[in-house]
Design a protein around this ligand. Structure first.
Ligand code: PAF
Length: 423
């Protein structure tokens, strides 16, 4: 019998029940045995029309004597039996069944491609697959270039630059989501080589913060980074970045007095220190940051300007789930209830925008409306809500020109941030 891995997804009707039924049917296919299933992962629809419901995904290991095409045919029949009517790619569906792997076989026919061609782009496939086939994920991860030693990274980057090529650099703390991957894609578009760093930087976390439990998955991250266009992942160790007796820090003043700087003392000192070190090691031409961390991007731009660092900073738009939640590695901490409550972040920002377009200019009134909306959510505890100047980050009394509306809110123990620019 051949070992196969299947991907199952559902975003219409009773999604759990659809998956249960599909698994039952798969287990009862002739000459086929269901061996193992992963946990269920809820994710945003991928390339589906706007407003499509979220998916439940899982992977299954089966053993079968069916040929790849017979298995595909059986799965198609099952999809249609379970109510899939719309055959168009990416349409909403009670059940979607994909063959991810069929033994070691490689197939590239118009009807069937194995291994599944988009497997490596999708964390909602890679993560459940890792649960039931860790060695498969390990071997996929080995295809990506990962450098852990600082000197080796420096040499690699210097060689790229001396060959006349440009480097686009995406610094991250890993647990990559489509927001990070949008930066990787942009870097690869703009530059010859794209480098991605993955380093959970201990010195930007406060003593009571989530450094230890911050989610980490180098294998899945390196597969995702490579499939988005990353040429190399830099994965330094904390003991090498901050050796014994380490004592040099970069501190940007003023802009760090407000917003996250006020509620997370020392945070930006940790960020600018590590980013300056990474810039020194890699010497990128362009570095990419997301607008979700608006203050971080502004502080880094200021550091680059003040310290005459020879690179450009590019800030890319916030990537959101289809229901408005800004993507963050920390979203994995949220319970279903907290995630649903957290939708109030983008809703309250939109509300603030509407109030401003409706003619209200007093920051106090706009903030009060936002806080009112947020406080109605049981799991929400506001850290700050602010309307600020987009350059200095000083609080504004009136919204007369371009302004930043930013907030940080705890949902249970998870602190999320979001923002928009108005005007
Ligand atoms: O935004 C982040 O993930 C981090 O703050 C950064 C810029 C990678 C520095 O550790």
């Amino acid at each position: 019998m051949i070992i196969c891995y299947l991907g199952l997804g559902s975003n219409l009707g009773d999604r759990q029940q659809n998956i249960r039924l599909a698994l039952q049917h798969i287990g009862s296919l002739k000459n086929t045995k269901l061996v193992r299933i992963s946990g269920i992962y809820e994710t945003d629809p991928c390339n589906c029309p706007p407003g499509s419901p979220r998916f439940l995904n899982l992977t299954a290991k089966i053993k079968t004597n069916l040929s790849p095409l017979s298995l595909l045919n059986e799965l198609k029949v099952l999809e249609s039996d379970l109510g899939r009517k719309d055959e168009r790619k990416n349409s909403s569906r009670p059940i979607d069944l994909d063959i991810l792997f069929y033994g070691n076989k490689k197939i590239n026919s118009p009807r069937l491609k194995i291994p599944h061609p988009r497997l490596k782009e999708r964390s909602f496939v890679l993560k459940p697959l890792k649960e039931i086939a860790p060695s498969l994920i390990k071997s996929l991860a080995k295809e990506a270039k990962v450098i852990s030693h600082i000197e080796a990274m420096r040499k690699y980057a210097a060689k790229v630059k001396s060959s006349g090529k440009t480097i686009g650099f995406v610094p991250t703390m890993g647990y990559l989501h489509p927001g990070h991957l949008s930066l990787v894609r942009q870097a690869k578009k703009d530059c010859d080589i794209c480098l991605v760093s993955i380093f959970v930087n201990p010195i930007q976390f406060g003593p009571q913060e989530d450094y230890k439990k911050y989610p980490r998955d180098l294998e899945v991250d390196s597969i995702l980074a490579k499939s988005a266009g990353g040429d190399c992942v830099f994965y330094p160790q904390a003991k090498d970045m901050y050796g014994l007796g380490y004592s040099t820090y970069v501190n940007v003043e003023k802009k760090t007095d407000y917003l996250c700087g006020a509620s997370r003392p020392g945070h930006f000192r940790g960020v600018t220190t590590v980013v300056a070190k990474l810039f020194n090691i890699i010497q990128p031409d362009i570095a990419y940051f997301g607008q979700k961390d608006f203050q971080q991007a502004l502080v880094i731009k200021k550091m680059v300007k003040d310290l005459n660092m020879p690179l450009k900073i590019k800030v890319m738009p916030i990537v959101r789930d289809s229901d408005g939640l800004a993507l963050s590695s920390r979203n994995v901490y949220l319970s279903a209830q907290e995630r649903s409550d957290a939708l109030v972040l983008s809703r309250s920002l939109q509300k603030a925008k509407e109030i401003i377009f409706g003619g209200e200019r007093k920051a106090g009134k706009i903030i009060a409306a936002m806080r009112n909306e947020i406080s109605r959510k049981k799991s929400a505890r506001i850290d700050y809500t602010a309307i600020a100047d987009v350059e200095t980050l000083e609080p504004l009394e009136y919204v007369k020109q371009k302004a930043l509306i930013a907030l940080a809110v705890y949902f249970g123990k998870t602190r999320l941030i979001d923002n928009i620019i108005v005007g």
